[in-house]
Design a protein around this ligand. Structure first.
Ligand SMILES: Nc1ncnc2c1ncn2[C@@H]1O[C@H](COP(=O)(O)OP(=O)(O)OP(=O)(O)O)[C@@H](O)[C@H]1O
Ligand SMILES: [Mg+2]
Length: 260
């Protein structure tokens, strides 16, 4: 465990339950009575075509949008998440596809962006931030060496590891990743896969939005498929084939025999 594990979740504990969530924009039911959940140490894939409602659902959890109706339970208790700060208080961190890194700053400055460490004189403590960054990277990604270069000089996978380090450093227990491997080559995708395995082993629960069925089959324990704002179903990935998932995405049809 990288951070103090004072209230680390037990593997299998239900971290998130989104119940009967609805949100409309004008006449569009972007999310229409959707229920999903997430356990500690689990990766749940969110699949569906463009416009299915995946990002909107997850933005309700991260506090970017507020649902018109429905409930969010965190560790079994009803949660009020009206903005991203609320979400952070529930230890929910989001890694958006754009990663939201400041290109001209180095890894440490990005890790602590907006939450800088300061000396007793109130000055930004670059040395302490670099030391902390080296410490966390030595565990997350030991091959990472570019501590003193702007993150614009990093590869996609290295940038992804900086974004993940930031979430983990601030003790995320519920991690939302929107298309983490979309722009990566095979080697870098493998690196992110290893990072995800590590986070799982620490008991972190991850919602992973992806268009890539192979990634979902490889990285996820369960997959929830959405279509036109509605939930087609949730399946254990071990119980389904790639074609089953495709059928759910394209036809909105659950495979016979798979559990709900
Ligand atoms: N702020 C908004 N205002 C109006 N409509 C919106 C807004 N956000 C999302 N929508 C609509 O809600 C629906 C779901 O969009 P969403 O972005 O959640 O889909 P998605 O599954 O994430 O798609 P993609 O795979 O393209 O990212 C779409 O019809 C979209 O146009
Ligand atoms: Mg989206």
């Amino acid at each position: 465990m990288i951070m103090a594990d004072t209230n680390k979740a037990a593997v299998g504990e239900k971290l998130v339950e989104m119940r009967d969530i609805c949100i409309s924009f004008g006449g569009v039911h972007a999310v229409d009575h959707v229920s999903v959940d997430l356990h500690a140490g689990e990766v749940v894939g969110l699949l569906g075509h463009n416009g299915a409602g995946k990002s909107t659902l997850i933005k309700i959890l991260s506090g970017a949008y507020q649902a018109d109706s429905g409930d969010i339970l965190i560790r079994g208790e009803k949660a009020t998440i009206t903005n991203p700060r609320d979400a952070r208080r529930y230890k929910i961190e989001t890694i958006y596809q754009t990663l939201a890194l400041a290109d001209n700053l180095d890894a440490a400055s990005n890790l602590f962006l907006g939450r800088e460490l300061v000396t007793s004189f109130g000055l930004v403590d670059d040395d302490a931030m670099e030391a902390e960054t080296r410490k966390i990277m030595s565990k997350l990604n030991p091959n990472f060496k570019k501590f003193n270069e702007p993150v614009s000089a990093l590869s996609g996978g290295q940038r992804q590891s900086v974004a993940i380090a930031r979430a983990v450093y601030f003790d995320a227990q519920i991690l939302i990743m929107d298309e983490p491997t979309a722009a990566l080559g095979p080697h870098e995708t493998q690196m992110v896969a290893e990072l995800i395995e590590q986070l799982k082993a620490q008991g972190i629960g991850i919602f992973l939005i992806s268009h890539d069925i192979h990634d979902v089959m490889k990285l996820c324990d369960r997959a929830s498929v959405m279509k036109n704002g509605q939930l087609v179903g949730t399946v254990d990935v071990d119980d389904v084939t790639d074609d089953d998932l495709l059928g759910m995405i394209i036809l909105g049809k659950k495979p016979g025999g798979a559990n709900a």
